[in-house]
Structures are given as structure tokens and as C-alpha cells.
Design a protein around this ligand. Structure first.
Ligand SMILES: NC(=O)C1=CN([C@@H]2O[C@H](COP(=O)(O)OP(=O)(O)OC[C@H]3O[C@@H](n4cnc5c(N)ncnc54)[C@H](O)[C@@H]3O)[C@@H](O)[C@H]2O)[C@@H](O)CC1
Length: 496
């Protein structure tokens, strides 16, 4: 897992590296600038383009000055630096790089007031005005200047973080910072890049290594970790010789209703492909033909008017919710399972029932997994104006209730009962289609049936689900839930 850092921790990593490598801080800045330029040149190889580099007077601006210099050395003849002189303070490394730039042939303009910014001739803009040192929202001259830059409507590359965007913490409801095409950031992605609001600040980001001390970074106390493929490979266990269906557990999926049988089929299909030894679908009588004809491997437990499951302990894992429908019987059924006090995977309509029965939330069996999307989450735990706040609630609730909350989005957040947030990097917009959540539930319950821990089952489920979608999306505009369900077996096999 990659430990994600706050800006304050990044500064500590910076200082630690400077002292222990050792490396002079101006040389670290040069390294960062080189890493930026290397990445930039992969995208922008037409050296005849006019590049405007906007530099503040802190270390972000210092990076910008070094970048301008390097671009000139890489054959870019039309580079112009705009020194944003709206504050008195300047950092020592900025001052050194300004001196270097003054001694070079690079063109430079000093912007003392916003009205000085005119006739900008640029195909590309590099934004190095403010980086991770941002300590308050943009206002006054800075806000006006950024507005003007955005109005130029050029392709903007931001250095480390777009000017005006907070790297972590609650984001303001309206964003008035730089709108970047791409941010090239140093050593680690910023925590807030994983929040949907970040799309207003940067369309994409790339992380470049600048040689900060990795041991130091990994040991930092953090609430946020980024899941990597290597972690999944360490968790996944191959199937054993002489094993049989009993080795891989029996999963029960309570799902489906007259008009939503597909959800039960998708969950069950995913459960099969993710490796449960046996899968039983608890569905209404009306869905039996559909189940028996489409998924012959799945056993059926008809559910009409049934308000409890006989002998629930015969299943190694139970999921409830996909396409379930909201009814008195289903509420009773959910309540009886919760009272039974064995962990559950709770999704979709079962979450909506919980939202109406807040008394049941406190009784949730420890080690249960909730898999809400944003709307289901807010129905359960209250409205949230921002994703940062939603994540804080998810973290607190997972800890308080000793459960795992899988908060679904482009980047899904797996919130552990220890109060940590694991960010899943797989998945893509081609997967934005009905039924995807049902498939995720089926994969997670399959991993639980195979006796992975609660947290590992959630982490594996999200990663495999997203990877299957990513693999399919390589040559598809959109991928369907049933394709992802089938592909999950291949995704797992590839990782083992
Ligand atoms: N540790 C790292 O990862 C490294 C960081 N470097 C660069 O250093 C940057 C951080 O530099 P600094 O800490 O000097 O910070 P910045 O350069 O981001 O900003 C510095 C100044 O901005 C002022 N400021 C903050 N918010 C403001 C606002 N809303 N309006 C006006 N002024 C505001 C601060 O008071 C401070 O004087 C990083 O983003 C990165 O670009 C690199 O030089 C290399 C190493």
C-alpha cells in the first residue's frame, strides 16, 4: 500500500531527504523540475510551441523557474516566464533560481499587478504559482489573476498541484483555482485528487518520482493508503491441489424481485466467477426459471413471504440487497439476519431499508460490509456537502460500528474498522452502467466465502471488479455488468 501524505508530512519527507540523503534543497528542486520536464516532454514534443510559465515566489514558483530553464535547454525556444510578484515573501530556492534565470537567455516579465498581464502569447501554460503551500482559498489579486489565466483557455500543466486547489482537507463548494489539463505531481498523488471535486481542478494527474526517502514516507502515520497491484498479489491465494467445492465456501445471496431479478443473477454470476465453492441465490419464486436457465451452477432458495433464513450458519458468507425491493417481509428478513449477529454484506435495497430503520444500524454485526454509493451513503448517515466530509463520516462510522464501508465512486474508498481509508485505483467510466454494484457485491461475498478477512475481501473485491472493467474497456466504449462478472475470473487468474 502506498502511504498518502498531507502537505505538512510531505514537507517533513522533503526535510528528511535533504538531511539524510544528503541533498541540497536547491538540488532537490532541480530534481523535481527534471522529473516534471521528462513527463511533460512525453506529451508535448513540439518544441516550436510557445510556453508561458507562471511562477509564484515560493518553492512551487522555484520549480517553475527551473522548469523554464530546462525547457530552453531541451530546444523550446519560445519560453516566457511570468513572475507573479503579488506577495513580498520569497523562498530562498526561488531566489537562487531567479538569479540563474536572470543570467540565462530566458524571457521574463514581472507581474506586479493583475492588469500587467496582457498579450500572453502561449500555446501551453505551465502553472507554478502556488503549490502545496496553499493555506487559504484564493482571493483578491490572486483570484483575479487565476481567472484571467483560465480565460486564456489554453492547455495548462500544473506543477505538483493546481494553483488554488487544496491537496487535502475539505474543498470549498466553489472552486476558483487553475483549471489544469494535467497535473504532474511529486512522489505521491495528493489525497484530494481521488475526490470527484478534483475534476474541476485537473482533468488528470501523473506522479513522478523525485527521490524523497520512501522508508520515511511509508512509515508516516496516515489515514489514507493507495492500493497497488502488488498488495493484491500478496493477498490472493491460489487454489489448492486436492481441494473441492467445500474448500471454497458456500455463499448465500439474498437478492432479486419480480422486476429486478437481473440484480440477483448478476450478483450470483459474479460470485461463481470469483471462486465461491457453492452459491445459493435466495430469490422470489417468479425468478426460478430465469435462474435455472441462465445460471445452472447456482442453487435456489425461494423467498416468497419468507421473513427468516433457516440455518444461516451453514453459509460461510451472506450478502443481502441487490434488486431486493423494499417490503415489510424484506425488512423482517434483514432484521432477523442482523439479530443473528453473523457478518453480512449489505447492498442496495438492504441499505435503503437500513436507512429507514436507523435502530438496526447500531445492531449491525461486527465485520459486516456495507457497499453504498454516494446517495445510499447519505441516506444512511445524512447529507454531506463535500466528499471530504462524507469520507470523514465513513471513517468514523466504520470505526464506531466495527464494520467495513465500501464507499463506491470512480475511486472506491474502503474504510476499515481501524479508521483507515484504502483507495482503490482500478475502474473506469466505461463501467458506469446499471448492475455494476450487484457484481461487486457478488465478488466480495465470494471472497468472504473463501475465508479472506473482511477487509481483504472488500479490498480484493473492489480491485478485481475494477481490473476486470479496465481490461474489458481497453477495446470497448462501454462494458456491461455481466461481462465484468465473467471477466473477474480471468482478472484473478492473471494476478495469481
Ligand atoms: N517536498 C516536495 O515534494 C518538494 C516540493 N517542491 C515544491 O514546493 C512546493 C511547496 O512550496 P512552498 O511550501 O514554498 O509553497 P508554495 O510555493 O505552494 O506557496 C508559498 C507561498 O504562498 C503563500 N500562500 C498560500 N496560500 C495563499 C493564497 N491563497 N494566496 C496567496 N498566497 C498564498 C504562502 O504564504 C507562501 O508564502 C510544492 O508544491 C512543490 O512544487 C519542490 O521544490 C521539490 C520538493
Amino acid at each position: 500500500m502506498l502511504t498518502l501524505l498531507t502537505s505538512a508530512q510531505t514537507r517533513l519527507a522533503d526535510e528528511f531527504t535533504i538531511v539524510n540523503k544528503p541533498i541540497a534543497s536547491i538540488d532537490l528542486m532541480e530534481k523535481a523540475a527534471r522529473a516534471f520536464v521528462k513527463s511533460f516532454l512525453k506529451d508535448e514534443f513540439d518544441a516550436s510551441k510557445h510556453v508561458a510559465v507562471f511562477c509564484g515566489k515560493g518553492n512551487n514558483g522555484g520549480d517553475g523557474l527551473a522548469i523554464a530553464h530546462l525547457l530552453l535547454n531541451n530546444g523550446y525556444e519560445n519560453v516566457k516566464v511570468y513572475v507573479i510578484n503579488l506577495s513580498e515573501k520569497q523562498s530562498p530556492d526561488f531566489a537562487i533560481n531567479l538569479q540563474r534565470l536572470n543570467e540565462s537567455r530566458c524571457k521574463k516579465v514581472v507581474i506586479d499587478k493583475v492588469s500587467d498581464l496582457k498579450n500572453v502569447k502561449a500555446d501551453l501554460i505551465i502553472d507554478a504559482i502556488l503549490g502545496s503551500g496553499l493555506n487559504k482559498s484564493l482571493e483578491g489579486d490572486y483570484a483575479a489573476l487565476v481567472k484571467q489565466i483560465n480565460k486564456l483557455n489554453k492547455k495548462v500543466y500544473s506543477v505538483d498541484v493546481p494553483t488554488g486547489f487544496f491537496a487535502e482537507g475539505r474543498l470549498p463548494e466553489t472552486y476558483n483555482g487553475i483549471k489544469a489539463y494535467k497535473t504532474i505531481c511529486f512522489q505521491r498523488p495528493k489525497i484530494n485528487f481521488f475526490l470527484p471535486e478534483s475534476i474541476l481542478a485537473t482533468e488528470k494527474y501523473e506522479v513522478v518520482d523525485i527521490g524523497l526517502n520512501e522508508d520515511f514516507i511509508q512509515k508516516q502515520e496516515s489515514d489514507f493508503y493507495l492500493i497497488e497491484q502488488g498488495d493484491i498479489q500478496e493477498i490472493l491465494k491460489p487454489r489448492k491441489l486436492f481441494s473441492h467445492k467445500g474448500t471454497y465456501g458456500h455463499a448465500l445471496i439474498i437478492a432479486g424481485n419480480t422486476n429486478t431479478m437481473g440484480a440477483a443473477l448478476l450478483s450470483s454470476m459474479a460470485c461463481l466467477h470469483a471462486g465461491a465453492g457453492l452459491t445459493t441465490a435466495c430469490i422470489p419464486q417468479s425468478g426460478l426459471i430465469a435462474l435455472n436457465t441462465s445460471l445452472p451452477e447456482v442453487m435456489a432458495l425461494p423467498r416468497d413471504e419468507c421473513t427468516r433464513i433457516e440455518n444461516p450458519s451453514k453459509y460461510q458468507a451472506i450478502a443481502i440487497g441487490p434488486g431486493l425491493g423494499i417490503s415489510f417481509e424484506n425488512e423482517q428478513l434483514l432484521e432477523s439476519l442482523i439479530t443473528n449477529n453473523e457478518p453480512l454484506v449489505i447492498d442496495a435495497d438492504a441499505l435503503n431499508i437500513l436507512a429507514e430503520r436507523q435502530d438496526l444500524i447500531e445492531k449491525l454485526p461486527e465485520n459486516s460490509i456495507l457497499t453504498p454509493h454516494m446517495k445510499e451513503f447519505d441516506r444512511l448517515f445524512g447529507e454531506h456537502a463535500t466528499w471530504w466530509e462524507r469520507l470523514q463520516t465513513a471513517k468514523e462510522k466504520a470505526k464506531e460500528l466495527k464494520i467495513v464501508i465500501v464507499l463506491k465512486n470512480q475511486y472506491t474508498f474502503v474504510c476499515s474498522s481501524e479508521g483507515k481509508i484504502y483507495i482503490n485505483p482500478t475502474g473506469n467510466p466505461a463501467m458506469a452502467q446499471g448492475g455494476m454494484g450487484d457484481v461487486l457485491t457478488g465478488i466480495i461475498v465470494a471472497f468472504l466465502a473463501q475465508k479472506y478477512s473482511t477487509l481483504n475481501a472488500a479490498i480484493l473485491g473492489c480491485f478485481i471488479h475494477g481490473k476486470a472493467g479496465d481490461d474489458l474497456a481497453k477495446d470497448k466504449f462501454v462494458v456491461t455488468a455481466s461481462q465484468v462478472a465473467v471477466k473477474s475470473a480471468e482478472a484473478i487468474r492473471e494476478l495469481i
